[in-house]
Design a protein around this ligand. Structure first.
Ligand code: FAD
Length: 488
C-alpha cells in the first residue's frame, strides 16, 4: 500500500467510528441486577415451556444458525432432531483453515488450543483423537529490529540498554500506581508504568484494535496476566523468566489446520449439517421459529440457536426487538485482512512475531510450520501477516494487490522474506474479526443479549453473543446450552 494511503488511513481512523452507529458513548457500567433478573426469567419460562412440550410427547426440533465451532460443537451434544444451517460451502467459521497447494493456513489468524477449563480442553483434545500434538509457544516481539521474548515485560534485558532502563525505571517509579484506571491505556500505565506502556503495550494495542487504547474499556484486562514484580526485575537484569504460563504449551491438530477440531465435532453430529445454506429470514411461527434459506426453502423448529454474527442476524430478522437493533448499532467490531505467503526454504523457528512499530503495516506474523510440519510442503515454510481494518478507514478499501505488495515490502525491510522465494500468495478478508470493548460495551451488550433472550431465541458464540471469546469458551458455552436443551 502506498505510504500516502496509509497516512490517510491513519488520519481517518481517529475520526471514523467504522462498523457502528453514531450514538453518543455512555459511561461504562456493569449490568444492573434488574437486567440479570429479566434474563433469568426468560431462561426459567423457556425451561418450563420445553418441559411442557416433552410431557405432551412432542419431539423437540432444534435449528442452529451457523456452522462454526459453536454451532457444530452444540449439535454434537444433541440428538438427531437438530439441523445446522451454514452459509458457506464448508463448516469452520473463524476456526476455518485454507488448504491450498500443500500450504495450510488458519485463515482468520493463528489458532492454538488451550483453556483454563481443563474439562473442556480434555474434551477438545480427545475429540481430535490421534490428530493432535503439543507445541511450545515461541513468540517474539519485534522491537527496533531486535527480537524480544513474549510477553515483553519478561525480557527487558533484550532491549537496547536505554530502553531497558526506561522500562524498569517507569515500572518502579510509577506515578500512576495508585490511580483507579477507567480505560485500557490507564490500566497499562498503572500496571506497567510509562516505559513499557509507551514503548510496547500502547502502540501494540493501538495497532491490533485499530483504535485509541484510551477509548477502550477494562473488559479485556482480566485476560492479561499481571507479571509478578520479581519476574519484571529479573527480566531487566537478564535472569530468564516465563510469562503467560497458561498458554506456554498448547495443542494443535497434526493435519488439517485448526479447522480439524470442527470436523472432529461434526463427526459426532447425529442430526443434519446443511452447508451452502445462507439464512435469509428468521421469524416467529406459533411457539416455534420459521427459518428461510436461499432458494426460499422454509424450515420450522421448536427452538432456535443463532451462532451467526448478531449484526447479520438482525438483518434477516425483521421482527427483532428495536432495542437490540439500537444496542447493536453502538457495538464496534474490527475486520481483518490477512496475507498468506508460502515460501521455499527453511523459515524461522517461531510461532508468532508481534510488531508494535506503527511504520509496519501488520501487527502480527505467524508461522504455520511451527504449529505442524504438515502445514507446509517439504522444503517450504509459510507466513501469515495480520492487519486489523475497518470499513471506511482506507486500509479496508485498499485492493488486495496493494496490500500484498505493502506486506512483502515490510517483510523484506525486516529481513524475513526474499520475494524470489515466494511460491504461494493469497489475501483473505474477514468482516467480523474482533469485538471491540469500548467504554460503553458492557451497557450495550447487556441490552442486546437480554432483549433477544426475552424472545426465546438463544445466542451462542463469539459474534452471536458479541464477546471476545476463544474456541474453548465457545465449546464450554455449547456444552452448557446443550445441557439445558437436553435435560429439561
Ligand atoms: C485472529 C484470531 C485469532 C484467534 N485465535 C484463537 C486461538 O488461538 N485459540 C482459540 O481457541 N480461539 C481463537 N480465536 C477465536 C475463535 O476463532 C472463535 O472464538 C471461534 O472460531 C468462534 O466460533 P463461532 O462458531 O462462535 O463463530 P464463527 O466461527 O464466526 O461461526 C459463525 C458461522 O456462521 C456462518 N454464517 C454467517 N452468516 C450466516 C447466515 N446468514 N446463514 C448461515 N450461516 C451464516 C459463518 O459462515 C460462520 O461459519 C481467534 C479468533 C481470531 C479472529
Amino acid at each position: 500500500m502506498p505510504d500516502a494511503l496509509l497516512v490517510e488511513a491513519a488520519r481517518r481512523t481517529g475520526k471514523i467510528h467504522a462498523r457502528r452507529g453514531n450514538a453518543a458513548h455512555a459511561l461504562h457500567r456493569r449490568a444492573g441486577g434488574h437486567q440479570s433478573r429479566r434474563a433469568d426469567g426468560a431462561r426459567i419460562s423457556f425451561r418450563v415451556a420445553i418441559a411442557r412440550r416433552r410431557r405432551a410427547g412432542e419431539r423437540l426440533t432444534i435449528g442452529i444458525l451457523g456452522g462454526g465451532i459453536s454451532g457444530i460443537s452444540l449439535a454434537a451434544q444433541l440428538d438427531e432432531n437438530v439441523e445446522v444451517l451454514e452459509k458457506r460451502a464448508r463448516i469452520g467459521g473463524l476456526c476455518g483453515s485454507i488448504i491450498d497447494q500443500g500450504f495450510t493456513f488458519d485463515a482468520a489468524g493463528p489458532h492454538i488450543m488451550f483453556s483454563k477449563n481443563k474439562e473442556v480442553l480434555n474434551l477438545m483434545v480427545a475429540t481430535l483423537g490421534d490428530n493432535v500434538h503439543q507445541r511450545r509457544r515461541e513468540n517474539k516481539i519485534w522491537f527496533k529490529g531486535q527480537l524480544v521474548k513474549y510477553p515483553f515485560e519478561n525480557d527487558l534485558a533484550s532491549l537496547p540498554k536505554e530502553d531497558n532502563f526506561a522500562c524498569i525505571y517507569g515500572y518502579i517509579v510509577n506515578p500512576h500506581a495508585d490511580e483507579a484506571p477507567a480505560s485500557l491505556a490507564q490500566w497499562s500505565y498503572k500496571t506497567f508504568g510509562e516505559g513499557i506502556s509507551d514503548k510496547y503495550f500502547i502502540p501494540y494495542n493501538r495497532k491490533i484494535w485499530n483504535y485509541d487504547p484510551a477509548k477502550l474499556g477494562l473488559e479485556f484486562v482480566s485476560r492479561i496476566p499481571k507479571p509478578p514484580m520479581e519476574d519484571v526485575l529479573k527480566s531487566s537484569i537478564g535472569i530468564p523468566t516465563e510469562g503467560y504460563l497458561h498458554q506456554l504449551y498448547f495443542y494443535y491438530p497434526v493435519e488439517g489446520g485448526y479447522e480439524a477440531i470442527v470436523h472432529a465435532f461434526a463427526k459426532k453430529v447425529r442430526g443434519r449439517i446443511c452447508t451452502s445454506s445462507p439464512v435469509t429470514e428468521v421469524k416467529r411461527s406459533g411457539k416455534g421459529w420459521q427459518v428461510t434459506t436461499k432458494n426460499e426453502e422454509r424450515r420450522t423448529y421448536n427452538e432456535l440457536v443463532s451462532t451467526i454474527p448478531v449484526h447479520e442476524l438482525l438483518t434477516v430478522w425483521p421482527d427483532a426487538p428495536k432495542e437490540a437493533r439500537e444496542a447493536a448499532s453502538r457495538l464496534r467490531y474490527n475486520s481483518l485482512i490477512n496475507v498468506l505467503l508460502g515460501l521455499r526454504g527453511d523459515g524461522v523457528p517461531y510461532t508468532a512475531l508481534y510488531i508494535p512499530d506503527p511504520a509496519i503495516v501488520f501487527h502480527r506474523l505467524s508461522f504455520p510450520k511451527y504449529f505442524s510440519e504438515r502445514n507446509v510442503p517439504h522444503g517450504s515454510w509459510s507466513v501469515m501477516a495480520e492487519i486489523t481494518a475497518n470499513e471506511g478507514d482506507g486500509i479496508w478499501e485498499t485492493n488486495d494487490d496493494q496490500v500484498l505488495e505493502r506486506v512483502i515490502v515490510d517483510l523484506e525491510k525486516m529481513g524475513l522474506v526474499d520475494r524470489n522465494d515466494i511460491a504461494y500468495r493469497r489475501v483473505v478478508r474477514f468482516q467480523y474479526g474482533y469485538p471491540v470493548y469500548e467504554l460503553d460495551y458492557r451497557e450495550n451488550v447487556t441490552v442486546l443479549r437480554e432483549s433477544i433472550a426475552r424472545t426465546g431465541l438463544h445466542l451462542l458464540g463469539r459474534f452471536a453473543q458479541f464477546d471476545y471469546i476463544n474456541s474453548d469458551v465457545c465449546v464450554e458455552r455449547a456444552l452448557a446450552l446443550a445441557k439445558t436443551l437436553n435435560d429439561v
